[in-house]
Write a protein that binds this ligand. Structure first.
Ligand code: SAM
Ligand code: SF4
Ligand code: F3S
Length: 450
């Protein structure tokens, strides 16, 4: 029997995404999947038949944010036909059927490792008019299902999930509970998806995983994947995130010696500059391990820079521990980094620890961010009057201004040409601020001065 859902064609889905890059990848893949049952993506909320909220649980009042969002949606559709409301992502996984009880406006709750069941769940909802919750962990079946559905992503710079989940259980983090155990996708499937993306027009691939450098499929590692993807001619740049210091193995460090496409920015979260705090966090690495990785990579290529994640005011952090974090930031000269005050997450080991005074926490965060911003401003200033390589992503709203990124992920706005979108061009940097470099494509510059 045909599902009741199929009675209306050309249904529209509106997707709102919070959280990390993996959520962005997942949202795109969910879109590829629901196409099979007649949904087209829309960016106009009011015309949507289905509203999907892809949620993040990493910090702050994540759960409340979701209910506020659904509250706003309810108001918006007060005098219109209610859309099908789906909550996906890490809050869905953590809260599961509780969400259906607390907010009857939600119809389906689905966790990240059950996305392959999304079409069945939508059809079941329409057939039985019954609220549904699906939060089983089944990464292997999910990816083998997804493997049969074309990835339609065609942005110049796209994400590609190669690994998901985490077995490390840092005491502050919800990821092992929301994404489940570590799982690495089969090597050949990843390479095939990279080829499909390159045929769609993608020039830069960022390989994703919660512990991307723990990738292991039979005897293949992340290093093997990078070399294999490097053979795809249309792919001009390769990045990977997020990695853990414990998995920075020699084979991966060596890729930096030989790879022509792996970018010289290493995003390697350290969290704190104090061994005492790293121990309390259950991080399984010491500052000396981190500095050793830094030094080895700098010998391989002095152009390599580091970015990181920092948790400020973790329970037990004393002034001395905090100063060690500041020292590390000065010594490594981190750029493009993220820093947040510790946020207790329900269900984690650190959830009930005594918090550091709020005023002190904010002061420490401000100091760390000032140091990180100073590093960034200095790095950008040093590039003024230099020629750098930029991957051109799109034209901006301003005429003849284009947007791209440097090898270090810094935004670059410059006078360019339409034909350069998707390619790397040389840009002469004229001035900069903390977040952006401004310049002119060398082709244009040469024409102007000729
Ligand atoms: N796997 C990566 C690693 O080991 O470094 C991190 C992935 S996690 C999704 C991204 C970042 O969120 C972490 O590096 C950490 O800085 C931050 N984070 C996680 N839990 C947090 C918490 N409870 N409070 C504040 N920041 C948190
Ligand atoms: Fe979370 Fe990363 Fe620690 Fe895993 S290794 S628990 S993802 S911070
Ligand atoms: Fe957030 Fe889940 Fe990513 S908690 S950071 S969406 S893995």
């Amino acid at each position: 029997m045909e599902s009741k859902l199929n009675q209306k064609m050309n249904k529209k889905i509106f997707i709102k995404t919070f959280g990390c890059q993996m959520n962005e990848y997942d949202s795109n893949r969910l879109c590829d999947m629901v196409k099979k049952i007649g949904f087209e993506k829309t960016t106009i909320l009011n015309e949507s038949d289905c509203y999907l909220l892809n949620t993040c649980h990493i910090r702050d009042k994540a759960k409340e944010k979701v209910y506020h969002e659904v509250g706003r949606l309810k108001k918006n559709f007060r005098f219109k036909k209610k859309p099908l409301v789906i909550v996906a992502g890490c809050v869905a996984q953590a809260e599961n059927e509780e969400m259906l009880k607390r907010e009857p406006y939600i119809d389906i709750v689905i966790g990240p490792q059950a996305y392959h069941k999304i079409n069945n769940k939508i059809e079941e909802f329409f057939d039985k008019r019954k609220k549904l919750e699906e939060t089983t962990f089944d990464a292997e079946t999910k990816f083998s299902y997804l493997n049969k559905i074309k990835n339609n992503s065609n942005k110049v710079s796209s994400f590609l999930t190669i690994q998901e989940g985490c077995d490390k259980f840092c005491h502050f983090c919800v990821v092992p509970y929301t994404r489940g155990p570590e799982y690495s996708r089969p090597f050949d499937e990843v390479v095939n998806e990279a080829k499909v993306l390159s045929e769609n027009g993608v020039s830069e691939l960022t390989l994703l995983g919660q512990n991307v450098n723990a990738y292991k499929n039979n005897n293949k590692r992340l290093s093997d994947l990078i070399f294999e993807i490097e053979n795809i001619p249309q792919i001009k740049r390769i990045r990977y995130t997020t990695s853990h210091p414990k998995d920075m193995t020699e084979d991966l460090l060596n890729v930096y010696k030989y790879s022509k496409k792996l970018m010289p920015l290493v995003h390697l979260p350290v969290q704190s500059g104090s061994d005492k705090i790293l121990g309390l966090m259950n991080r399984k690495h010491k500052i000396s391990d981190y500095v050793e990785i830094y030094e080895k990579l700098k010998v391989i290529n002095p152009k390599i820079e580091f970015s990181s994640d920092f948790i400020i005011a973790y329970p037990g952090e004393e002034e001395n521990d905090f100063n060690l974090t500041l020292d590390l930031i000065k010594n490594i000269k981190f750029i493009n980094s993220f820093s947040f005050i510790f946020s207790p997450r329900p269900g984690t080991v650190a959830s009930n620890l005594k918090l550091i005074d709020r005023r002190i926490s904010i002061m420490r965060l401000e100091k760390v961010q000032k140091q990180l911003f100073d590093n960034q401003i200095k790095m950008n200033k040093n590039l003024e009057n230099e020629e750098i390589e930029v991957l051109v992503e799109n034209k901006t709203d301003e005429s003849n201004k284009f947007f791209g990124r440097s090898e270090y992920m810094t935004s670059v706005i410059f006078d360019g040409n339409d034909k350069d979108v998707g390619n790397t061009v040389k840009v002469k940097i004229n001035f900069s601020n903390q977040n952006t470099l401004f310049g002119e494509s060398l082709n244009n510059f040469n024409k102007r001065v000729a």
